[in-house]
Write a protein that binds this ligand. Structure first.
Ligand code: KE4
Length: 431
């Protein structure tokens, strides 16, 4: 058992002054048991905790650290920017460079507004869609997460096509009644909901590849089907690519599935590890955003020069490294195949989902194509696996309902170590 005394002491101290001792709930390890580890540094694919335990990490800060920690080009850009002060609250040329590069990398984006988080991006995108269409309702999908905006903290109503129910105190019924929640990968449910609320739905927002119920892929023709429904019904199609943007390709999931949304929300990788979000898309819609348009949205630190420096240094590397995504995909396939071989050898019927450098081991023998199926997983077994992997020096995202992220820092040696740890951990929890 590796010792984590310092983390345990820090966690006790943190709980006196920070809700749950963490600044974002999933970090508290509640889904996997035990106390969270307090991290003091990271380099490449290695994270070091306050007790000097080293871990090969497959969390990438929930996505951003695709190039590995301590990327020299990003750190140099930040060092250079910091010397000129940290914030002006006035426009800077870096924001233009950033917007132009995003529009180049994601062709469906003709104009883009920077914000400070994925939540701000998705909140703003649905307000914009409502303002542009004059309609009130939005549709989301069970198991998809779009940040903590009130309109998204909604569980599916009693029937899949009834209006949503708040799934957090503080979200009002008034808000919930304008959100429809339907199952992922079920076009009929979308057709039913659209016909039941004809002319009332401003936007359909979806994770084009879901990462917040674990990694769940769109079925053949699904995204194309949503595009056709939105075209027919004048509904704004929003791809929430906060996680998949710049992760699955230079132009995210839309780049690999060939479906163009009307609006795209971005976050995580776009900031190179700094707090950055963005929403963008068709010019005719984006021109509705203040100050040119009537839809209000603002932010003191939006387009912050240090964040722009980090984000630009990140995106420039992704844009010029033509073999980056094939290398990341190859490493992820290697991991998937290595773990799958052991599952087969041990006769363990668990399910692996993978797309690009996102993957998941689901502790269920069923396929996982939606949230209902994901919820069938044995969460206790996942907790045992998570802790067994920590013991073996591998840090996974601490929830069955999160995707693993593979960074460029995972070289062949580390990939082999992750496979060996996974095989050993699976044997240990089934011994
Ligand atoms: P943030 O507000 O956390 O920057 O982004 C919200 C968000 C929006 N859309 C998608 C598809 C997302 O995955 C997220 C945030 N993802 C989670 C991890 N699954 C963030 C981790 C956390 O909550 O600490």
């Amino acid at each position: 058992m590796h010792q984590t005394n310092k983390s345990n002491t820090l966690f006790k101290r943190a709980q006196h002054v920070i809700p749950g001792g963490v600044n974002s709930p999933v970090r508290a390890f509640k889904a996997v048991g035990g106390n969270p580890l307090f991290i003091k540094s990271a380099k490449g694919a290695i994270m070091v905790d306050e007790d000097d335990n080293e871990y090969i990490e497959l969390i990438n800060s929930w996505g951003p650290m695709i190039l590995g920690h301590g990327n020299e080009e990003i750190q140099e850009a930040v060092r250079e920017a910091i010397a000129k002060s940290l914030s002006f609250g006035a426009p800077t040329y870096a924001e233009i460079d950033m917007a132009e590069l995003i529009c180049k990398m994601v062709p469906s984006i003709q104009k883009v507004r920077m914000v400070n988080s994925g939540t701000e991006a998705t909140m703003s995108a649905i307000r914009l869609a409502r303002g542009f269409t004059g309609r009130d309702k939005v549709m989301k999908f069970e198991g998809c997460y779009h940040g903590h905006g009130d309109s998204f903290l909604i569980a599916a109503g009693s029937g899949a096509i009834t209006l949503g129910e708040p799934n957090s105190p503080g979200v009002t019924r008034g808000t919930a009644q304008d959100t429809l929640a339907v199952p992922y990968n079920d076009l009929n449910a979308v057709h039913e909901a659209v016909s039941l609320h004809k002319g009332q739905i401003a936007a359909i927002i979806i994770e084009p590849v879901a990462g917040n119920m674990g990694c769940v892929l769109p079925e053949q023709g699904y995204l194309q089907g949503l595009r056709a429904i939105c075209d027919k019904e004048d509904i704004v199609l929003i791809f929430d690519e906060v996680m998949t943007g710049f992760r699955l390709s230079k132009s995210g999931a839309q780049g690999i599935y060939g479906v163009q949304p009307d609006l795209t929300t971005l976050g995580k990788i776009i900031g190179g590890g700094m707090p950055v979000g963005a929403y963008g898309g068709k010019k005719e819609i984006m021109d509705f955003v203040a100050p040119d348009g009537p839809v209000y949205q603002a932010g003191t630190l939006s387009g912050n020069p240090i964040a722009m420096a980090a984000g630009l240094a990140m995106l420039k590397q992704l844009d010029r490294m033509d073999d980056l995504y094939s290398r990341l995909d190859a490493t992820t396939v290697y991991l998937e195949e290595g773990i799958q071989r052991h599952l087969d050898k041990r006769g363990l019927p668990y399910t692996m989902n993978r797309v690009g450098s996102m993957m998941n081991l689901f502790f269920t023998d069923r396929q996982v194509t939606n949230f209902e199926e994901a919820k069938a997983c044995n969460l206790e077994l996942f907790g045992l696996f998570f802790r067994a992997m920590l013991e073996r020096g591998v840090y996974l995202p601490p929830s069955q309902f999160e995707s693993y992220f593979i960074s460029l820092g995972i070289n062949e040696e580390f990939a082999q170590k992750v496979i060996e740890a996974a095989c050993d951990a699976l044997d240990a929890i089934h011994s």
